[in-house]
Design a protein around this ligand. Structure first.
Ligand code: 6PG
Length: 241
């Protein structure tokens, strides 16, 4: 595994522009090499400004969006039109604005009553788009990190089947159900950007950087062969020695 990189930006606007530039560059480079690119989007609030920047010139013009497949790293068990929906946020901030072909939009069916079924269906959809015997490898995965060190919907103190690619899980504090890609799948990515901002993330970031063997789920993000780029603002990095 290549050593993770950590890039610290002076404030959030600089961070989001740099992250958008990096996402556009990676996608454009992949589309120079091959017919399509696969992009896994994270949820939460942090990425929204980057998605909005990516959805308009100059960044949007750098990517042939007709050849990008959009996936989700995790989803809440809610309908896509719920304000809680990660897909709904990505749709309004980015996907709807770049006119991605509907067949290239791979949404987790959070609205299904049977979350296990939704997880299994998503795993099957991923394998249908990225066929092969091994674990599918996405070109670019975007992830965030919670104050407790969770990433995607992999929360501290929760268990998941490590052999699976997509699992159901829950938020310990609320019991809310979630569906999430697992480290086994995420770590096959060719590139992972972990986008983190705000002083409220400083403790979790310092722990993740200071003790890679820690049990915080974000420390499980260690791409086998790909790159891991932490892109953070100075506030989130305030406890890094
Ligand atoms: C989600 C995300 C989650 C997110 C972190 C950080 O479903 O909420 O996938 O992993 O990245 O919770 O969220 P914020 O960016 O809102 O701080």
């Amino acid at each position: 595994m290549a050593k993770p990189t950590v890039e610290i930006y002076p404030e959030q606007n600089a961070l989001f522009r740099a992250a958008t530039e990096r996402i556009a560059s990676i996608l454009a480079a992949k589309l120079q090499e091959k017919e399509r690119a696969t992009l896994v989007l994270t949820g939460g609030n942090t990425p929204r400004p980057a998605y909005e920047l990516l959805s308009k010139p100059p960044f949007s013009e750098r990517v042939d969006w007709n050849r990008v497949h959009f996936f989700r790293g995790d989803e809440r068990c809610v309908p896509p039109d719920s304000p809680e929906s990660n897909f709904g946020m990505a749709w309004s901030a980015l996907i709807s604005k770049v006119n991605a072909p509907p067949a290239h939009i791979h949404r987790i069916a959070g609205e299904l009553e049977d979350a296990e079924k939704a997880a299994s269906l998503y795993e099957a959809e991923i394998r249908s788009i990225l066929p092969g015997d091994g674990v599918p490898s996405f070109d670019l995965v975007l992830l965030g990190m919670g104050e407790d060190g969770h990433t995607a919907s992999l929360f501290p103190g929760t268990q998941w089947d490590e052999e699976r690619l997509v699992v159901t899980n829950h938020v310990p504090q609320s019991g809310a159900r979630r569906i999430s890609m697992t480290p086994r799948l995420l770590n096959e990515a060719k590139a992972i950007i972990l986008l983190t901002a705000g002083s409220n993330k400083a403790k979790a970031l310092a722990r993740a950087q200071g003790d890679p063997a820690s049990d915080s789920p974000v420390s499980r993000i260690r791409p086998a062969r790909g790159s891991l780029m932490w892109m953070v603002d100075r506030a989130a990095a305030s406890q890094l020695i």
